[in-house]
Each structure stands twice: as C-alpha cells, then as structure tokens.
Design a protein around this ligand. Sequence first.
Ligand code: NAD
Length: 380
Amino acid sequence: MLISVPAETAPGETRVALVPRSVTDLTGAGAEISIQTGAGADAGFADPAYVEVGAAIADDRARLLGAADVVVVVRRPQTADIKKLKEGAILIGLLDPGADAEPVKTLVERRVTAFRMEAMPRISRAQDMDVLSSMATLAGYHAGVMAAYRLPRIFPLLMTAAGTLTPARVLVLGAGVAGLQAIATCRRLGAVVEAYDVRPAVREQVESLGARFVEVGIESEEQEDKGGYAKELTEDAQKREHEVLAEHVHDSDVVITTAFVPGKPAPILVTKAMVDSMRHGSVVVDLAASAGGNCEYTRPDEDVEQHGVTILGPTNLPAAIPGQASQLYSHNVTRFMLQFIKDGAVSLNFDDPVIAQTCMTHDGKAVGDQMTALLAGTRT
Ligand code: NAD
C-alpha cells in the first residue's frame, strides 16, 4: 500500500501534505510512503528528514503519481496530474472544485476515489481531522499580526516619560474560528478589541477573550443553520447591520473581517463609504477575499489603497506559516487516513459520515448532490 506526496504546484503554495512526524504513524499502519524530491523544502522539511523516518524520495513525478494507492496533497492538482493517477486510486486534499466541473469529470473518468477535506463534518469525533479549523486558526492569528505590522502606529497603551500612547482600536467582524483567533492575537498585542457576529452563541467567547461584543440587534439563533454556520441575511437585516457597523468601522484603526456563508459569496460588511470614513493610515484585513470579500474595496491577494486606508485581501495566509500549517494539515489528513488504512489495506465504510461527507467521487461516479449537480452542469 503506497501513499505518495507530490510537490504542490499551486502558485504561492508553500505547505506540504505530510510532515516527517506523520510518516511514522502511517508506516505503523502498514503503508509505504513516497515523497517527491523537495516537496517539503518550502515548509522547512528537507528530504533527509523524510528518509530518516523511513519514507522514500522520488524524483519522477509521473511515476510517483501513477504508482500510488493513495495520493495526499494540500491543494487540488492540475487535471494533467489527475490523469496520471492509477485507476481506482484515492486522492485526498483541499479539492473543492467550486463551479469547475472539469476536475470532477476527470476524477470520475479515472475512477478515482476523491476526498475533499473542506467537507469534513464539524462533529466532535472529527475535530482532529478538521482542516478548516486548523487553517482558520493560523489565518486568524496571522491576520492580527499582519494588521499590527501594516498599521503605522503601535497596538498597546504605552506610558512613557515623553507622553502616553493610546491603544489601537480593532474591530473583528465574524467571530468563528479565524475571528476568535484574530481577537485573541490583537488582545495579546494590547489593542482594544470589539467584535461582531450574527450568531449570538459567540458573544460569550468574544467576551471571554477580553473583547466587547457589538450589538446590532439582528443576532438570533435563527441566523444559524443546523451545521452551526451562518445563514444569509435578509435585505433589511443587512441594512441594519451596515448602519450599526458604519460607526464602529469609522472609529477603528484596524478592521479584520472573516465572515462566510456556505455556498454563497461572502457578505459585504464594510462598504466603500465606511472605508472612506476611516482615519488615514487605517488597515482592513479581509480574510474572506477568496469568496469575494467582506469589504467592497477588496481585491484578492492585492494591497488596495483608498483615501489613505490599506485594504489587504490575502487568500492563503496559512502558506505564510508553512512549517506549522503543514504540521497541522498533516496531522488532520493522517488521522483521516488512519480511519480507513489498517494493516496495509484500505477499507472504506460509507456509513461513516467522515467518509461519506468528504467523498466527492467514487467508483466512476460523482458522490453527493453538489458534485452530481456540478457534473450534470446544474450547480446547486
Ligand atoms: P465560517 O468561516 O463559515 O464563518 C465565519 C464567521 O462569520 C461565522 O462565525 C459566521 O457566523 C460569521 N458571519 C457570517 N455572516 C455574517 C454577517 N453577515 N455578519 C457577521 N458575521 C457573519 O465559520 P467557522 O469559523 O468555520 O465556524 C462555523 C461553525 O462551526 C461555528 O459554529 C463553529 O463553532 C463551528 N465549529 C465546530 C467545530 C466542531 O465541533 N468540531 C469545529 C470548528 C467550528
């Protein structure tokens, strides 16, 4: 049973899917591991570190892909790479195709069993396989640090013989996994932090981190779906949210936005007019840039300057912390693989939600409503 790890090919991707520590866990389950030459280099894991724990290093990418029973990646490989996979092989990674049916079609044609780690159910049992939480934690931290670095003033209160410097004011919008980590980071750096989320359940968590919860008046349990995610706001509720947030954005030196609604474009929380009202030198870090952004000025992976305000829209912050991001990702995917790899053999139990909900193609077919509709050309 061979597990292969190709080097990542997405632009700017620095993570590697397996770190040496995970190799030992997988060889303990009877697997052999093959890593493409230099695959871990950008994340700080050189080839000899893999050899030391019993992995093989492979130069030939095509052979590495073609020989594997299981291929583990961070980001979805190009279609040309998918075509090289052995018929019936397993592919695991952040594979979500969005609206692009082409990769799903190729996976089906190659009869690949593909698992997208983004779809891992948010249940207690799957916490150690929850890649979204691992990566959002790092992104939230880094957003706080990035804001502090780009803001032309310091975060903490400082009393010096030359005078007192008041603390920076930070507003965090969306207090899920990334938002809570951004709050904690900005608090540790000494900023005064306010936060808002439509889910009232997070109020206590926000306050326990030493931040003030902003009241908009639309927060309600009904804003949360069965999976714990936020629903899209009605037009009236969004108007109300904008009215209240405008004042808080105006008073903030930093705004960090992290709001997502599954299956929809990211909600606009910070309008152009709100940014235009901010003080010169203020910073907006928009972690929802990959889904269209929470700020109207956001452009993915670009620094935008408007009226003296800097708007940053990073789409892959975990790649800025590649060693630890790889360590967490590798742990998540290894725990996932150990659900179905035992004594050197694969046994998939589709009654297990961890397997069923992450699977996107199997046995020459698309799996689940979303992938089936995408393949049929009618995206849900
Ligand atoms: P997410 O990335 O989907 O969204 C980030 C935040 O944005 C959410 O808190 C959401 O409520 C908020 N948001 C959306 N629209 C908004 C708007 N218009 N205004 C203000 N805020 C808005 O969320 P996430 O961080 O992935 O977490 C989603 C849920 O999953 C949460 O309930 C979280 O507690 C839960 N979760 C559970 C587990 C587990 O049990 N294993 C693990 C992680 C997360």
